[in-house]
Design a protein around this ligand. Structure first.
Ligand code: GNR
Ligand code: NI
Length: 185
């Protein structure tokens, strides 16, 4: 088991379009397990492989209240089952600490494979439908901030770029302090 680092906006790698998974192998299943562990640890209700810098069409989702319903979706696709649109306040592990309303289809038909290659074909609604559409966007290099105004997106970008610079400084300081402590030991 392993926690995987999550890419953050505006990292250009989040813009890559993921390719289909060919054969589902033990490596695929291991990636799914590591992604679920990373998602639960965050914590989040979904994670796309793109977010951990693996540009394959694989997502994990658990929208259950108790976090005991892990779902693995391989090569997923969806189509709307209604014209009805619902707005939901979305967040994203790749856009930490920012939340805003996004309008999406309220009911969709999901097609995918699970980690054993079994076909999944089901109707999704509510939070599950929101999450599937959000995760499938990731596989196509799209983020929820792309639905916001340019002004909001730019504000978020600037704040996250500052956070990344500050994190970098902190990491450098830590490393220097550690090296100095080692020479004095
Ligand atoms: O954890 C997450 N919560 C969430 C809330 C509302 C709409 C979508 C999501 S998905 C997000 C995890 C994530 O970034 N998945 O890509
Ligand atoms: Ni996301």
């Amino acid at each position: 088991m392993a926690l995987l680092p999550i890419l953050e906006f505006p990292d250009p790698r989040l813009r890559k379009v993921a390719v289909n998974v060919g054969q589902i192998t033990d490596d695929t299943r291991q990636l799914a397990k590591d992604m679920l562990e990373t998602m639960y640890n965050a914590p989040g209700i979904g994670l796309a492989a793109s977010q951990v810098n693996v540009h394959q069409r694989l997502v994990v989702i658990d929208v259950s209240d108790d976090g005991d319903d892990p779902r693995v979706l391989i090569n997923p696709t969806w189509e709307p089952s209604t014209e009805e649109i619902q707005s939901y306040q979305e967040g994203c592990l790749s856009v930490p600490e920012f939340y805003d309303d996004v309008a999406r289809y309220s009911k969709i038909q999901l097609s995918a494979l699970d980690e054993n290659g079994e076909i999944i074909f089901e109707q999704a609604e509510g939070l599950f439908a929101v999450c599937i559409q959000h995760e499938l966007d990731h596989l196509n290099g799209k983020l929820f901030v792309d639905y916001l105004s340019r002004l909001k997106r730019e504000r978020i970008r600037k704040k996250l770029e500052k956070k990344h610079r500050d994190d970098e400084k902190d990491a450098l300081y830590e490393a220097k302090a550690k090296a100095q402590a080692a020479t004095q030991a």
